[in-house]
Design a protein around this ligand. Structure first.
Ligand code: PLP
Length: 366
């Protein structure tokens, strides 16, 4: 019997294709790749992912702990701001700790004296299509901006983290950014042992010039004699996961609207945050529908798509690219049933790895 909807369905074979590209990049560039748990933390898949990566990186103490416990390898601990009650545990679980500001570095560096300590530096340039996700946006708090202040603390630092890319699928754009980093920070790169260029580089895409990226990263690492890290999140899971939903009702209001057993805000939140449309395949045919969720949000729409045949109640729809920034953001808005999580194994069988019920809803509040 097919698994009930809604559920997220992760495809192991698709994940393998992305991971093969990660392996190629690591081998050709010498760069280390850390999984950014912020984008994807469905730990049932870590046994498959971790052997192709060097460890994990984090944006909170919970992610540090999850990385240490479930991912293995090197655990990088970063947070936009560590709280006093978090810092000891973060340091105890981490292989490197990265501070977001000189204020945090000064507050906590003595506790971390036995660890490699990094600082997030904000070079003031970026590649992002969205102001909301642009670390170089006006008044950004993401990373230290004042290089003269960075110079003054260099003796406490072994590396930098510079995260300035968001969904960047252009190698030329990344290479140009790297040129700008070198202009501004080259004299400091000579004095550190490692630099992480963060996430947001979409190098697992089919047409991405992986060899050019690898050559550029290798040349950079050799020039400054340091270890390069990348922190891909979305690039690891892009194209691997669908949100499987079923049609519950079809209504007409100038357009045909199919209501499904899911909700955008609860299960694919970023479509709303970034005002994007979801996608289906092949999205072709003479029958056009708005695919809408069952929450009471008026704009709860996954998108408008074409289908080869009329939809009927009970039909199943696969919403594509539901891996990154979905399961880590899902919520109980409207009490809509939480999608289960399933994995399509390489032999084709679909295995349910987690389901949620009323008790989970109740325990999410008090
Ligand atoms: C968000 C983030 C990542 C992962 O970004 P992706 O776009 O998912 O690759 C990596 N590092 C840092 C510091 C981040 O904030």
């Amino acid at each position: 019997m097919p698994l009930a909807t809604p559920h997220y369905l992760i495809d192991e074979a698709a994940l393998d294709r992305n991971l093969a590209r990660v392996d190629r990049l690591r081998a050709a560039s010498g760069a280390k790749c850390l999984m950014a748990l912020k984008a994807f933390a469905t730990w049932s898949t870590f046994a498959q992912i971790a052997p192709h990566m060097d460890g994990s990186t984090s944006s909170s103490l919970n992610e540090v702990k999850l990385g240490r416990e479930k991912f293995g390898g090197e655990t990088h601990a970063y947070s936009v701001a560590w709280a006093d009650h978090e810092i000891d545990e973060a340091i105890a679980q981490a292989d490197k700790i990265i501070f977001n500001s000189i204020g945090q570095l000064e507050r906590f560096h003595e506790k971390a004296a036995h660890l490699p300590v990094g600082l997030r530096v904000n070079p003031g340039v970026s590649h992002s299509h969205f102001d909301l996700a642009d670390p170089a946006r006006p008044y950004s708090r993401l990373g230290e901006r004042d290089l003269s202040r960075v110079e003054a603390v260099m003796d406490r630092l072994s590396g930098f983290m510079i995260h300035c890319n968001c969904e960047n699928d252009s190698f030329d754009s990344f290479a140009a950014l790297l040129d700008r980093f070198e202009e501004r920070l080259g004299h400091l790169f000579e004095r550190i042992e490692w630099v992480s260029f963060g996430g947001g580089i979409h190098f697992t895409g089919e047409n991405y010039p992986l060899d050019a990226l690898a050559a550029r990263l290798r040349a950079f690492a050799e020039k400054y004699r340091l270890q390069v890290y990348l922190e891909p999140g979305d690039a690891i899971v892009t194209g691997t996961t669908t949100l499987e939903v079923s049609v519950l009702d079809i209504v007409h209001n100038e357009k045909a609207v199919a209501i499904v057993d899911s909700a955008v805000e609860a299960h694919m939140l970023d479509l709303l945050v970034y005002r994007e449309s979801g996608s289906v395949a092949p999205d072709a045919g003479p029958h056009r529908y708005v695919i809408a969720g069952k929450s009471c949000l008026a704009g709860d729409e996954f998108g408008e798509f074409d289908f080869p045949a009329p939809l009927a109640v009970g039909d199943r729809i696969s919403l594509l690219d539901a891996g990154g920034y979905t399961m880590v953001k899902k919520n109980w808005f409207n009490g809509v049933p939480m999608p289960a999580i399933a994995i399509r194994r390489k032999n084709g069988t679909v295995e349910l790895v987690r389901s949620f019920d009323y008790a989970d809803y109740v325990t999410s509040l008090s």
